[in-house]
Structures are given as structure tokens and as C-alpha cells.
Design a protein around this ligand. Structure first.
Ligand code: NAD
Ligand code: DAU
Length: 352
């Protein structure tokens, strides 16, 4: 089969990456989708079981911090586009161990940019390096206001500092070498397949096991939540229709204080589990705050909405119920992830 395009997706075994790979594999049977992932603790091929046999899906196990590996890959395989999601993504881990974030998010991104620059040196037409980034690069908001694409960078955690640095490198390759790039900066995603160290799956799992629900600080930190499939649809739209050299903010226009969101989740879970009202909320426990905790994020996504016609489709009540239902209906997935069993899946699946 001759493919219309070869697309390299990095980090496609993670939370957002697996939703993106699924969408691309199913929506574009004429594209070859190459999923490159190191399968760190956050990468799980069980997330992609439903598409792993598709003829246009290919998996490559590899680490973007390994320059030699990347060089070999790009010497063997031509790519028309790269959508780069591979990253260390958890703020709390970045506080306990920042160097892994520098390695993957900064150095790994620069290795990838170098290979794209080398491979596309003579023919930039039709090529695109799409970098998936975060609203956290903009820092922390007060009670009012929104992040726009013009907001000055002000990262305040090792995670956001490493993502900000990678964004700067991507823009530097656009200005210095003319590499065709696009960056999008998105707010907090939620939905199926999220690793249970992040707020919502952690709370769902703890409610299921009647364990304390740890709310950091006063619980009044605010995040702008987006259904993960709305995010990957935005990436698809921007990848195909976005303007080169541009940045697009993506957000849900859906702000929640953590404590209010946890209460809504508790109500939803009580309903699903047949527990009396207030049962799950009695597990809420205020715990020590995250150091340097950003108070509020809120995205102004009007550029994306006005230019490319994207807007979020799934509202919070619906998305949260679907999320809670998914984790309860896929307890095997959660049990594999929390026990570490999912890490043997690669050996079983790919040993030949
Ligand atoms: P995740 O932690 O669930 O997945 C990251 C994936 O990258 C994993 O599959 C992991 O194995 C892979 N990976 C890590 N280091 C690697 C390396 N050195 N080489 C190759 N692969 C490696 O993350 P996520 O939540 O899906 O986030 C994906 C991207 O989106 C990240 O770049 C993140 O910064 C960004 N983002 C996330 C959110 C969110 O709410 N989760 C919001 C905005 C932006
Ligand atoms: O804003 C986008 C970012 O959202 C992404 O770039 C990151 O990759 C992603 O992890 C997420 O970062 P957050 O730090 O906002 O997500 P997290 O789920 O870790 O925390 C959400 C909020 O909930 C935050 O204010 C911290 C708080 N929290 C988190 C955990 C894990 C708690 O109160 N208790 C917890 O146990």
C-alpha cells in the first residue's frame, strides 16, 4: 500500500497521545501512523488495543533522548508530519525529580527538531512539526483574566519550565531554520486512560477503594477542564488547517475550583456506586499544598474558534459521568496500572 502521508506521533501510548493515535488511525486509513513511545511508567499499550491490528498503525519503542536511535529511525523512515506529545507530564514528579523533565521535554524535543530539520532540509513543502504544549507555560492567574497567545511566559514549576523551554526551541527552529512548526497550548484534560496520579483518576480510584481523597492546600486552586477527545479533535484541526509559525490556545472555557470538582465527582460516584449521598465526600481530606502551586489557569481559545471553527463539544456533567463510568467499567485497566502489570504487556504483545 502506498500511503498518502507518514505521520510520526511521539508519546502515543500515553493519555492524550493514545486518543490522538486512535482518532488518526480510524479517521485517516490512507495515512501511515507511526507511534513512537519509550513506554515509561506513563506509557501503556493497553490504551491502544482496539487499533493495534489496524494496517495503518505501527508502533516503535524508542526514547527521544537517545540521539543515535532517532538518527537511525529518521535515516530509515521518511515522515511528512510529526505531532510531538512525548513528555514527562506530571507536575508533582517534576518537583521531586526535575532532571528527567529537562532530559525528555527539553533535550528530547531538540533531538527531534534536529532530525526533522535534517530530513526536511531540501523539501519543506507539506511538512509540519506540531508541538503539543500546555497552558502552564503562562504561569498563574489571579481571580480574573485569561491566557491568550500573547500572554508572556512565566513558568513556575520544573514541569512548566521544561515545557516553556521546549516551546522556545520550537519557535527558534521556525525563525532560524524556517522549519514549519505549530504549537498548541492546552488546559487540563480529563477522560479515559489517564494515569491515576492525576487528580480525577486518582480520586475515582480512591473513592472506589474508600481511601482518603487528598485535596491540596485550601482546595480553591482553579483549572480549566477539557474533555480529552475535544483536545485531540482540536489537534487534528490545527494540524490540517493551522497556519505555520502560529500558536493556538486550546481550552474548555470550563473553570472549576478543585474542591468543587471533587464534590461533583463524589456525587457522580455515589450515584454510580449506589452509595448514599455524601458517602464519598466524607473521604475528602485536606493535605499539604503542592510547592509553588499555580492558583488559577483559564484559557482564551477564541483564536482557534474564530480561525478554524473548533469549539469544545462535551460539557462537564456529561464528560465527568462518562469518565467515572469508564474507570468503573474498566477496573482491569486501573488494576493493571496501579499494580504495574501493564508494563508486561509490551513483552507479551511484541516478543516476536
Ligand atoms: P502522559 O504522561 O500520559 O504520556 C506521556 C507519554 O510520553 C507516555 O506514553 C510516555 O511513555 C511517553 N514518553 C515519556 N518520555 C519519553 C521519551 N523520553 N521518549 C519517548 N516517549 C516518552 O502525558 P499526557 O497527559 O498524555 O500529555 C501528553 C502531552 O500533552 C505532553 O506533552 C503534555 O505536556 C501535554 N499536555 C498535557 C495536558 C494534560 O492535561 N494531560 C494538558 C496540556 C498539554
Ligand atoms: O494545565 C495543563 C496541565 O494539567 C498539563 O500540562 C499537565 O501535564 C497535567 O498533569 C495537568 O497539570 P495539573 O498539575 O493541573 O494536574 P493534576 O491533575 O496533577 O492536578 C490538578 C489540580 O488538582 C492541581 O491544582 C493540583 C490538585 N491536586 C492534584 C492531585 C494529584 C490535588 O488537590 N490533589 C491531588 O492528589
Amino acid at each position: 500500500m502506498s500511503w498518502k502521508k507518514h505521520l510520526l506521533i511521539t508519546g502515543g501510548a500515553g493519555f492524550i497521545g493514545s486518543h490522538l493515535v486512535r482518532l488518526l488511525v480510524q479517521k485517516y486509513p490512507e495515512y501511515a501512523i507511526w507511534n513512537l513511545d519509550a513506554l515509561t511508567y506513563a506509557g501503556n499499550l493497553e490504551n491502544l488495543k482496539d487499533v493495534e491490528a489496524a494496517p495503518n498503525f505501527h508502533f516503535i519503542k524508542g526514547d527521544i533522548t537517545d540521539a543515535g536511535f532517532l538518527h537511525d529511525l529518521f535515516s530509515r523512515q521518511h515522515f511528512d508530519g510529526i505531532i510531538h506529545l512525548a513528555a514527562e507530564s506530571h507536575v508533582d514528579r517534576s518537583i521531586s525529580g526535575p532532571l528527567a523533565f529537562v532530559q525528555t521535554n527539553v533535550i528530547g524535543t531538540v533531538h527531534l527538531l534536529e532530525e526533522a530539520r535534517r530530513q526536511w532540509a531540501d523539501a519543506l513543502e507539506g511538512k509540519l512539526f506540531y508541538h503539543v504544549s500546555t497552558d502552564e507555560v503562562y504561569g498563574s492567574l489571579g481571580e480574573t483574566g485569561f491566557f491568550t497567545e500573547q500572554t508572556a511566559y512565566d513558568p513556575r514549576s520544573p514541569y512548566s519550565a521544561s515545557k516553556a523551554s521546549s516551546d522556545h526551541f520550537v519557535r527558534a527552529y521556525y525563525h532560524t531554520y524556517g522549519l514549519p512548526v505549530i504549537i498548541s497550548n492546552c488546559s487540563n484534560n480529563y477522560g479515559p486512560y489517564q494515569f491515576p496520579e492525576k487528580l480525577l483518576p486518582l480520586m475515582i480510584n480512591n473513592i472506589r477503594h474508600r481511601k482518603p481523597l487528598p485535596v491540596y492546600g485550601d482546595g480553591k486552586y482553579t483549572r480549566d477542564w477539557l474533555w480529552v477527545i475535544d483536545h485531540v479533535e482540536a489537534i487534528d484541526t490545527i494540524f490540517h488547517q493551522g497556519r505555520k509559525g502560529e500558536t493556538y490556545n486550546i481550552g474548555g472555557n470550563n473553570e472549576w475550583k478543585n474542591i468543587d470538582l471533587v464534590h461533583l465527582l463524589c456525587q457522580t460516584m455515589d450515584g454510580l456506586l449506589g452509595r448514599p449521598p455524601g458517602d464519598s465526600a466524607s473521604l475528602i481530606t485536606y493535605v499539604r499544598d503542592r510547592p509553588g502551586h499555580d492558583r488559577r489557569y483559564a484559557i482564551d481559545a477564541s483564536k482557534l474558534q474564530n480561525e478554524l471553527g473548533w469549539s469544545p463539544k462535551v460539557m462537564m456533567a456529561e464528560g465527568l459521568a462518562e469518565t467515572a463510568n469508564w474507570y468503573l467499567s474498566n477496573q482491569g485497566w486501573m488494576d493493571h496500572v496501579t499494580s504495574g502489570d501493564y508494563q508486561q504487556y509490551y513483552e507479551r504483545q511484541y516478543r516476536h
